[in-house]
Ligand binder design. Structure first.
Ligand SMILES: *[C@@H]1O[C@H](CO)[C@@H](O)[C@H](O)[C@H]1NC(C)=O
Ligand SMILES: *[C@@H]1O[C@H](CO)[C@@H](O)[C@H](O)[C@H]1NC(C)=O
Ligand SMILES: *[C@@H]1O[C@H](CO)[C@@H](O)[C@H](O)[C@H]1NC(C)=O
Length: 315
């Protein structure tokens, strides 16, 4: 079962593809995924045309287009490559026609139950989540528990002070968390403290598949130097959950939440392989060791996808 616990991360600032390299990487994904990667151009140029005119519009649109396309592409490459790497069964099995990652009405990707069986996954409830921010795109998977991941780049707020910026979010934190944040030290320390708590809360919400962040102030995180993280809800220990915070590079962190499938949001729950486990079964999944992030380059992902698709007809 440990095999199902995966954490992969790509530093996208290291990949500056030529248009043909981008197209080639995209061609390794099922054609049904292509428009979700290439759509970013229209989306952003439309937005910006309304706000600005002339030359600026064009440069902004191009800038956003490339960065967002890169993230969208790598997010999908990570999902497919992780699955291929996990199942490692006979090549000819794979074709873009018999295996596509589906999305819920909330656009959360999941593995269709038919594909789950076709791929021969033996995990009781395999699921995954992807996050991207700043320089990183990362995926986390779990074989039984729900998983949520959230990456945060410690960006300095623009046009306002750190205190003004974080004040806007104060209602999402418990009194104790808020004290820890505002008393962290310099404004940079305060900002980083804020982002760490925030990413944990986001990972928790993302594991459940809901976008709901109301009531997050009732979930209080405690930690020893950001290890040994635990949480309480309304003062009660959340014993069915586990949380980790991992520093990435200079100014990013990733939070990971592992929790019970019964907590999944309705639309996500209906996509899960198995929701109800006995306490003993659940504890096996809950206590699996967490693993370190494996840094993947885009070139490595390309290799994995190529291997899976080799000798497969595409089009
Ligand atoms: C990650 O989880 C969130 C919340 O459940 C969901 O909205 C998002 O689509 C997921 N993304 C991926 C790529 O798994
Ligand atoms: C906390 O982490 C910092 C940086 O890794 C280390 O220098 C410090 O000794 C740690 N403190 C405790 C109480 O573990
Ligand atoms: C970890 O946290 C728990 C709950 O807050 C605490 O009881 C335990 O002593 C901590 N362990 C370490 C090694 O800090």
């Amino acid at each position: 079962m440990e095999e199902g616990v995966r954490r992969w991360v790509v530093d996208i600032s290291k990949w500056d593809p030529q248009p043909y390299e981008f197209s080639f990487a995209l061609s390794l994904l099922p054609s049904q995924e292509h428009s979700s990667v290439t759509r970013y151009y229209t989306f952003y140029s439309l937005n910006l045309v309304i706000q600005i005119n002339g030359f600026l519009t064009f440069t902004f649109a191009r800038f956003f287009k490339m960065e967002d396309r890169k993230r969208a592409l790598i997010s999908r490459m990570l999902q497919y490559a992780l699955l291929y790497d996990l199942v490692k069964i006979n090549k000819p099995f794979f074709s873009q026609h018999n295996f596509i990652i589906q999305r819920t009405s909330q656009a959360k990707p999941f593995l269709d139950l038919l594909d789950y069986d076709k791929l021969g996954l033996t995990f009781p409830n395999f699921n995954f989540n992807v996050s991207h921010h700043g320089d990183y795109v990362a995926i986390a998977s779990e074989p039984l528990c729900l998983v949520g991941i959230d990456i945060v780049s410690f960006d300095m707020p623009q046009g306002e002070t750190v205190a003004e910026f974080i004040q806007f979010f104060s209602s999402y934190f418990s009194t104790l968390e808020w004290e820890n944040i505002v008393n962290a030290g310099t404004s940079n320390d305060v900002l980083i403290q804020f982002y760490r708590y925030w990413s944990l809360k986001e990972a928790y919400v993302k594991a459940m598949g809901s976008g709901l962040i109301e009531g997050l102030n009732k979930v209080e995180f405690s930690h020893t130097n950001w290890t040994n993280i635990s949480a309480t809800m309304d003062g009660k220990v959340m014993a069915l959950w586990r949380f980790w915070l991992i520093e990435l590079g200079e100014r990013h962190c990733a939070a990971i939440a592992r929790g019970p499938p019964t907590s999944a949001d309705i639309s996500y729950k209906s996509t899960l392989k198995k929701v109800d486990f006995t306490e003993d079964e659940y504890n096996i999944g809950l206590h699996l060791p967490n693993v370190d992030f494996v840094e993947q380059s885009v070139e490595q992902l390309v290799l994995i996808l190529q291997k899976a698709f080799d000798s497969e007809p595409r089009g």
